[in-house]
Design a protein around this ligand. Sequence first.
Ligand code: BGC
Length: 892
Amino acid sequence: MLEIRKIHCLHMDSPMGIDEAPYFSWKIVSDRQNVLQTAYCIVVEDESGESVWNTGKRGSDQSTFIPYEGRSLDSSTEYSVTVTIWDNHGDTAEEKTTFETAYLHRSDWEANWVKSPYPVTERGAHLGEQPEAVYFRRNFTLREKPVSARVYATCHGVYTLHVNGSRPDERVLAPEFTVYRSYLCYQTYDVTELLRTGENVLGMHVGDGWYHGFMLKTVDPLYDPAFAVLFQIDLTYPDGSTERICPDDKVFVARSPVLCSDLFAGERYDANAELPSWDTPEYCQDPHIWEPAVLASFGYDNLKAQLGQAVLPVMELPVKEILTSPKGEKILDFGQVIAGRVRIHTDAPKGTKITVTCTEGLDECGNFFDNHPTADQRIEYTANGADVIYEPHFTFMGFRYILVDGVPELKKEDYTAVILSSGKEEVGTFSCSNADVNRLYENTRWSQRANTISIPTDCPQREKAGWLGDIQVYTRTAMQNEDLTPFLTRWLRNMTEDQRENGSLPMVVPLAGAYVGQYEMLAQQGNCPGALAPAGWADAAVLVPWHIYEITGNRILLKEQYPTMKKWCDFIIRTSKENRGTGSTLPDEVEQYLWNTGFHYGEHLIPSYSKDGYGPQTYEAIAASTKYVAPIFGYCSVSTFAEIAGILGDSEEKAYYADIAEKMKNAIQKGVIGEGGKMPADLMGAYALMIYYDLVPEELKETFSAHLVRKLEEADGCLDTGFLATPVLQDALCKIGREDLAYSLLFQHKAPSWLYEVDHGATTIWESWFAMDEDGKPFESHMGEYTFTMSLNHYAFGCVDDWMFRKINGIDSLENGFKKIRIAPRPDRRLTSAARTFDSEYGEIATDWEWSEDGTYRLDVKIPCNTMAQIILPNGEVYEAGSGTYSYTCQL
Ligand code: BGC
């Protein structure tokens, strides 16, 4: 039987509240083999059943990213979508879904912004240096219960929505972290079931969040430190009539029991200051407590409907054990480093002050160790004597351990770790015969979960920032494990907002708060005011959409990001030409194509330079590796962009950028490679990047291979690559025919290595291999007054999973987006079995192999409908297959 398993609209399930033309994708399942779609028909109908788009039966095998091309859509309308497909066996299937629009025109907004009347002072970094959160409250009377009710809402800060004492969903920390001055998301809620005839109340509880918080505060010349909200309630009654309720002058504001809150510092809450039932009609609004909100005019120009899932509680963990440290601290261990917050149960006497401090690690003796000195990560709760559950509202932490102070009796069951992450579908699983490698895989999944909270971040405790280099190296792994299409699409739109006129891109997106100062400082260091554009970081502009395309075939995103990519590539080309390396003796035809000026991070965290912490050697590593990193990544962006231009059908631009890329390659070969085929810095990453990106001239290939192997020997079989070269190191080794060495890196237990972390109890991927030494002593180094520690939760080095996916499990695409699949596991004797599933755009791809002692190798494969696969067994036998499940054996 043929079936459509899932129709996605803008890569979401039945999205509610979109404000752009949707695109559709579906996955097909069948109990037959070799199923190919031969035709499809999409019909979109409005609420009255009138068709607004009917493709008719289109002979096509396309089942992903089909853009809507019907009549222009109306605001606030639910559309039904019917997809019918036909296959090559004469079977047919039909499936339905819906999507609902939000506001498609600026004129749909009528409401005024309103803001809190309370004066607010400058926010600081530490707990206590923020104002109280506030409640906004609007009463309204309904003549009867509506048949449909939507709330469209957003704020300056972060909020939760309350209607008649209930919350319409579980989302937290809305609106998303974006470049607020030009891109502020509003959320759509279905509140039909929460409303009633007569008196009703809409409430918004608003705290600091990204918008106001010290570290990531919005950059906007019109920034107003007050909490502000905007909402509209749109109602439809049984007789078809409609009504709209806006804030106008009927909104009142009161101080909430959240005495202060900050995403990094934590939250202080006084249960004695609660206003019970404040969000219900029964509540009696005391005029001494509630003040009228102040009308504000922030306008609607930056408003966009939320794209992608909200931040949600996705899991919970109980306390694993209570530890007593040598210092006598009672430490609660959740057994897993996570991002989220602690929910506490208490019936402590009125006035009891309970403090919960969170951290990721302990020191070598087992004492509580704070590895995020800039973030307090503390909850302070004052009890009111009742038996209650409290979970902080406007903060989240990165932690595994907590210290609790102030409770008469410490009970495990009173504490729960609530894990937060942006909601996304899981699309990957992995297991193999090596338990350590399995743990490594789990660690990448945990780090990904923790670092996809609204935006892709570096770490969830110290910075929570959208560092471009981190996601640049991690996108492929991320996409093979979770469906991040809407999430990354939203983030890339922010990148476009943060791109300067000159095409340059900052190191973090959104560029906000403390990073603005850092930007200026680094730009000064690199002698590039207003044009900071670190290689390998800013290249995310091209490489992130490209990697998404590789995994999903998403051309719509390539098209959308095309202008940003182009501007970025033009920046590289122009900067290379106009700014010449100091004292260069290279001929002009070489020098003008080398991107070798400005500030760059180099490879970042090269082990041989970062072992002893931050200091002069950090700058040496930057200086040394920048010499090859910038020209190589410049080439990489421009050559990839040329390919993208070709994919999108612009042959002229393709030719133009391909020609420049060729000249850049030539310049690298003539101007970067030195005597005897040595790179300007004799570093492992330099050889790996050159080999991986096919930049080595034919006559030097053997020399480069020898250099790479020599560097590995010098490093005693360990990797010595930073953020930018680690993702390509094992592939470079495979390319020179040394798969054995690539596997040895995976199985290495000495530091620096992935399994060193596992051996030392890692439950996530660490920022640096030296985050903890052999004896469990956490990394700490000092530069001036500043103490550096290492985060235990950075996904970047988890990029090894992409290599595992392609080599251990042998899943790769012959055509981007896995329309044509190559299954070619490259097993190593150190593993006896491995299995992986990946729910691709077309459906599940799976491989499962076992290598028994007598040399029999069995490979089970699953190929989804509407794709073709080439299967290459490790002994070289090649098979062609359509969809279905297959089993192969051979002797090895
Ligand atoms: C972040 C990194 C980031 C880097 C750039 C760090 O502070 O945590 O992950 O990419 O700075 O050097």
